[in-house]
Design a protein around this ligand. Structure first.
Ligand SMILES: C[S@@+](CC[C@H](N)C(=O)[O-])C[C@H]1O[C@@H](n2cnc3c(N)ncnc32)[C@H](O)[C@@H]1O
Length: 230
């Protein structure tokens, strides 16, 4: 299963399995220093960021690679929703003649195959990026027990990609999400949209279910605010 398929498969249920994404999206908007008029958002999902935009803007462009997510996302006459992969040449072509006051992205850019390249392209069309990304320390104990590696970017690689093109401020948050039982806990991982395509073989999954010592899931999120271009 590819990452995009996973988001799509659970697109309808996703709203109930994205508590951390909701918190992150809310914080991202709350911490903005201005009320930008022209907004580009990458990895829009079902509208967690959009739903927190409570000021009058002129234009909003939302990008997501999942057709189902693009269909779920709310849309007004000032909005353009485009179904594109933010790592693709088509995306770069689509935005290259635009100018935006800000680029926003919440819980999405950790899937980029070349984050530095995305940021380099964004540098040409905006002076400001505010984003939050899950890091590979998400579900850390699960990776340790199952001897697997996270499919998402590490904290250092995220910082390295941004530092190449912008002077940035970073804040790192660790969230713990508690569950009443293991079944709910493991169910949540699959539907959360941050677990990726790695599926465990039966033996490892059984070991994990038996040995997981916590009644919570671990998430790590990095908030990035660009200050100036390098
Ligand atoms: C975890 S969801 C977050 C959605 C929303 N921003 C939120 O805060 O709830 C990640 C979103 O990024 C999208 N996505 C992942 N990789 C992408 C890519 N390469 N290009 C465009 N969208 C992508 C997925 O389809 C999904 O909608």
């Amino acid at each position: 299963m590819t990452k995009i398929n996973q988001f799509s498969k659970y697109a309808n249920e996703y709203k109930n399995h994205n508590i951390i994404q909701q918190i992150a999206a809310k914080s991202l908007i709350r911490e903005l220093k201005s009320k930008p008029k022209r907004i580009l958002e990458l990895g829009i999902g079902s509208g967690q960021v959009y739903n927190n935009i409570d000021w009058e803007y002129d234009f909003y462009k939302g990008i997501d690679a999942s057709k189902q997510m693009c269909e779920l996302h709310p849309k007004s006459s000032k909005d353009e929703i485009v179904c594109l992969d933010f790592d693709s040449q088509e995306f770069y072509e689509n935005i290259k003649n635009d100018k935006f006051d800000i680029v926003l992205s919440s819980s999405a850019l950790q899937w980029s195959k070349d984050l530095s390249k995305v940021i380099e392209k964004l540098k040409d069309i905006s002076n400001e990026i505010n984003a939050c990304l899950f890091t590979s320390n998400t579900f850390k104990t699960i990776q340790e027990i199952s001897n697997t590696r996270s499919p998402i970017l590490t904290l250092d690689s995220i910082k390295e990609a941004f530092d190449k093109h912008f002077v940035c401020e970073y804040e790192i948050y660790q969230y713990k999400l508690e569950f009443e039982n293991k079944k709910e806990l493991f169910d949540y991982i699959k539907k959360s949209g941050v677990s990726g395509e790695n599926s465990l073989d039966f033996k490892t999954a059984k070991k994990l279910y038996k040995e997981y010592p916590l009644n919570y899931l671990e998430f790590e999120v990095i908030f990035v605010k660009t200050v100036s271009k390098v």
